[in-house]
Design a protein around this ligand. Structure first.
Ligand SMILES: NC(=O)c1ccc[n+]([C@@H]2O[C@H](COP(=O)([O-])OP(=O)(O)OC[C@H]3O[C@@H](n4cnc5c(N)ncnc54)[C@H](OP(=O)(O)O)[C@@H]3O)[C@@H](O)[C@H]2O)c1
Length: 284
């Protein structure tokens, strides 16, 4: 692939809509007043550099991250794909509707592009799905989906009305968290459901991995780029690394300027082996 074509790499949602394979995460943003400027600048720089997918959640900074995203996207909302998440405590019919209104207000927008249930709730999934369907009908969300749903959760969801309408499952997935490859990812692939890989850098721990550093150095890329390229080598995986630093943002984004060879992927399989048994889904 050429640099230009990888920069615009997309993943196809079940609806046929194509979304960017690279987005910006926002966990830990909006928590400290003193960091607000830096975080706002980072999101604005991401937009300037062509990033159009932003992942946030009502939980992050107790609404603070959504507020920063709202401020950053003010006046340039069109063309963006904003993902937010409802907290499981708000997963009831009324709770979802109210939470979505609050998120829309903080984001300063009239629609959320993809609205996810953050993790499984005690509220029956059928009720949450009904609430999502109503929001979609009202044009307040464009797509809905789930996060941290393991295979049993997905099987249950699939049987519920509207369950087969999900657009994505956002999961902890990176070189050191390959558990989903055993059963969950193949299950999702059979049904055309994309995986949004959260903590793709294992919250910076991967960047510090001597094994990955050695691989990256030998292959002319940075560890973060290697970790992101490994995920981006899969057609149905969206990565959402978070950074509030301009240099790291540029570095992460440059992961799109190249792709791993089959040999490099095989080497990473040796360094970070795929699962050889089923393990419960990890969550951060
Ligand atoms: N659905 C869920 O349950 C769930 C859970 C976790 C995360 N998420 C989403 O996924 C996003 C990404 O996950 P994450 O934030 O947990 O972890 P991550 O993206 O794997 O790593 C973020 C951490 O790595 C640092 N970092 C970023 N780029 C770097 C680079 N090139 N070199 C060195 N350090 C770098 C960041 O620090 P600086 O900001 O200081 O650069 C930050 O501390 C979140 O922000 C959130 O939107 C969703």
């Amino acid at each position: 692939m050429t640099a230009a074509s990888t920069r615009s790499k997309t993943v196809t949602l079940p609806s046929g809509e194509r979304v960017p394979a690279f987005g910006l995460g926002t966990w830990r943003m909006g928590e400290q007043r003193s960091r607000r400027r830096e975080e706002l600048d980072a999101i604005r720089l991401a937009l300037d550099l062509g990033v159009t997918l932003i992942d946030t959640a009502e939980m992050y900074g107790e609404g603070g991250a959504e507020e920063i995203v709202g401020e950053a996207v003010a006046g340039r909302r069109d063309g963006l794909f904003i993902v937010s998440k409802v907290h499981p405590a708000n997963a009831s019919r009324k709770g979802v509707a109210a939470a979505c209104e609050r998120s829309l207000k903080r984001l300063g927008t009239d629609r959320i592009d993809l609205y996810l249930l953050h993790w499984r709730s005690r509220t029956p999934i059928a009720e949450t799905l009904e609430a999502f369907a109503a929001l979609k009908q009202a044009g307040k969300i464009r797509h809905y989906g789930v996060s941290n749903f393991d295979i049993e959760d997905m099987a249950e969801l699939w049987q519920a009305p509207g369950g087969q309408g999900i657009a994505a499952n956002q999961l902890l997935y990176n070189l050191t968290r390959r558990g989903p490859e055993w059963e969950l990812l193949p299950w999702m692939r059979e049904r055309g459901i994309p995986l949004m890989a959260y903590s793709p850098l294992e919250q910076a721990r991967l960047v510090a991995s001597p094994a990955l550093a050695g691989f990256a150095e030998a292959n002319g890329m940075t560890p973060a780029q290697a970790a992101l390229r490994w995920l981006l080598a899969q057609d149905d995986v969206i990565v959402i690394p978070k950074t509030a630093h301009p240099d790291r943002l540029r570095e992460n984004l440059a992961a799109l300027d190249g792709a791993l060879t089959a040999g490099q992927i095989a080497e990473l399989d040796r360094l970070f082996p795929p699962p050889d048994e089923r393990t419960p889904l990890d969550m951060l």
